[in-house]
Write a protein that binds this ligand. Structure first.
Ligand code: UT7
Length: 323
């Protein structure tokens, strides 16, 4: 029997509401400046979801666009993996809520993945293994976040960095690869450098419900592991950096992206950078950037693309694929 591969057949993304510029944040009373944010991060704007809009709402919009691009309808989907750290509820999962919003009545499997900003790459790798095993044929892999809900708007060191949004892909069984290699990692001993260290207990929040970060420690760790995992998946596939057409790292900060590309010896023009327009959208950032690049006609069928995630946990991972 021929091996089963998996291939992305459609991409979609969604950003809620109007863009909120750095100057808009200053106008809202945050003690910052467009110059500081732009120079340190490359971020110029982010989108903030209205109060009644949830991660599964954003995911729905991104999925409908991805399905349309793939020429599929919701009933074709037999697996939904939704990566989020800002789920609609403690339970049920946002993936199950999304399945219902998509009107899927076939009993398709649906679950959330919690790997913070690496969540999409984790989800994609899991979906690939499901498809390769033969158990499923058509997956929606989604990253969706409303990070604005977990930001302390009095902490200028973090609140200017993040935004809300969603990105999705349709991953289907295929006779052609598709996904060439992938790697996932975690090191929980770094859990303290990026976290929301709170929980709900007996109706009260215990700890903090807001994001906390040691920015410089995160910066150094992110560059190191993004470089390492890029080499790991290239080696697995028997390929070199020179064979990459595009790299899409987690869109956290242009300085992290440039430093990673430089250490890999990858020309800056091969790095997809969309963070300026939406800030750090955590699990949504990689599929958002992928979709923007595909729709702009930059990434074309047959291109070799490296997707990379890194985030709280600490978690990191990469997927190398032929688009
Ligand atoms: O998914 C992973 C997400 N995490 C990241 O992407 C974070 C990676 N880290 C970084 O990108 C950088 O560490 C930051 C952009 C977060 C911060 O840049 P930095 O060069 O590490 O700045 P810093 O935290 O050392 O702060 C430098 C100065 C401080 O002022 P003083 O003490 O030098 O007077 C801060 O108070 O910048 C000040 N500052 C700000 N000023 C204006 C911090 N935040 C702001 C702000 N606007 N928003």
């Amino acid at each position: 029997m021929n091996p089963i591969y998996s291939r992305i057949t459609g991409t979609g993304s969604y950003l809620p509401g109007a863009a909120v510029s750095n100057d808009d944040l200053v106008a809202r009373g945050i003690d910052t400046s467009d110059q500081w944010i732009t120079e340190r991060t490359g971020i110029r704007a982010r989108h903030l979801a209205p109060e009644n809009v949830t991660s599964s709402d954003l995911a729905l919009e991104a999925c409908l666009r991805a399905l349309e691009a793939a020429g599929r309808v919701p009933a074709d989907v037999d697996l939904i993996i939704l990566a989020t750290s800002t789920p609609d509820f403690i339970f049920p999962s946002s993936a199950a809520l999304l399945q219902n919003k998509l009107g899927i009545k076939t009993g398709a499997a649906a679950f959330d993945v919690q790997a913070v900003c690496s969540g999409f790459v984790y989800g994609l790798s899991i979906a690939e293994k499901f498809i390769r095993s033969g158990s499923h044929r058509c997956a929606l892999v989604v990253g969706a976040e409303v990070f604005s809900r977990i930001l302390d708007w009095n902490d200028r060191g973090t609140c200017v960095l993040f935004g809300d949004g969603a990105g999705a892909v349709v991953l289907e069984a295929s006779e052609q690869p598709g996904i060439l290699s992938s790697a996932l990692h975690a090191d929980g001993s770094y859990s303290g450098i990026l976290s929301v260290p709170g929980q709900v207990c007996s109706g009260r929040v215990i700890g903090s419900p807001f994001l906390q970060m040691d920015g410089q420690a995160v910066f150094k760790f992110a560059v190191k592991v993004l470089v390492e995992v890029a080499h790991e998946v290239l080696t697995q596939a028997g390929m070199t950096v020179a064979e990459l057409d595009w790299m899409i790292p987690h869109q956290a900060n242009v300085r992290i992206l440039h430093a990673t590309a430089k250490k890999l010896g990858l020309p800056a023009e091969k790095v997809i950078i969309t963070v300026a327009r939406h800030g750090n959208t955590s699990a949504a950032s990689v599929p958002l950037a992928l979709d923007e690049a595909v729709r702009a006609g930059r990434i074309k069928q047959g291109d070799t693309v490296l997707l990379e995630g890194v985030g709280g946990g600490f978690t990191w991972g990469a997927t190398l694929l032929k688009f």
